[in-house]
Design a binder for this molecule. Structure first.
Ligand SMILES: CC(C)(COP(=O)(O)OP(=O)(O)OC[C@H]1O[C@@H](n2cnc3c(N)ncnc32)[C@H](O)[C@@H]1OP(=O)(O)O)[C@@H](O)C(=O)NCCC(=O)NCCS
Length: 161
């Protein structure tokens, strides 16, 4: 790689920050083009932004992806995430997962969980790459089309960094 401006594949060119209400139209636009993710309403996205467990990946002033979770006691759950089609395979999804998990650990989470469609190889690879382990299966959990959910979990020992 030669020198010059930061490459689109350079993860350092991506900023992960909390989602704010003005991000919601961009997030909705990503969701509408990402049928593998759950198509949430504008109202739900605004609520998530207000609750503080939602982050966006910003690159060159553009919202390129998002991750929304929730925390219950010391468990964190990833509820929804997607990266805009034109920004995929550049490490943005990985940055979202890695940085979000660092932040929720710092705020006291001891484990992280998620569900994913059994056919969603891109997301399954991403989660495994970032330390999630398969922990179960829910038969016919999804509709339109009907499909099993795979459950993934990551647990942190209190002594881990
Ligand atoms: C899943 C998703 C968020 C990944 O985002 P991304 O920015 O492309 O992810 P990354 O570039 O960080 O990819 C990291 C790794 O994940 C795996 N991966 C990503 N996309 C993949 C694909 N299409 N096929 C296979 N593996 C894939 C690879 O191991 C990849 O590493 P590599 O590029 O070095 O091979 C993105 O594909 C997406 O938005 N999909 C639609 C919505 C969705 O499925 N959401 C999850 C719902 S649970």
């Amino acid at each position: 790689m030669g020198s010059g401006s930061k490459s689109a594949r350079d993860p350092s060119a991506v900023a992960i920050r909390g989602m704010i209400s003005s991000d919601v139209p961009a997030v909705l636009s990503i969701l509408r083009k990402s049928p593998e993710a759950s198509l949430w309403s504008e109202k739900s996205l605004l609520e998530s932004a207000a609750q503080g467990w939602a982050w966006v990946a910003e690159q060159d002033g553009t919202v390129a992806g998002f991750l929304i979770g929730r925390a219950v006691a010391d468990e964190f759950e990833i509820l929804n995430m997607a990266v805009a089609r034109g920004h995929r395979r550049r490490g943005i999804g990985g940055q979202l997962v890695r940085q979000t998990l660092q932040r929720v650990r710092k705020s006291g989470a001891r484990s992280a969980h998620l569900e994913v469609r059994a056919s969603n190889q891109a997301a399954i690879h991403l989660y495994q790459l970032h330390g999630f382990a398969a922990s179960g299966r829910r038969e016919q959990y999804y509709q339109h089309p009907p499909e099993d959910a795979l459950l993934f979990t990551m647990e942190w020992k209190s002594t881990e960094e």
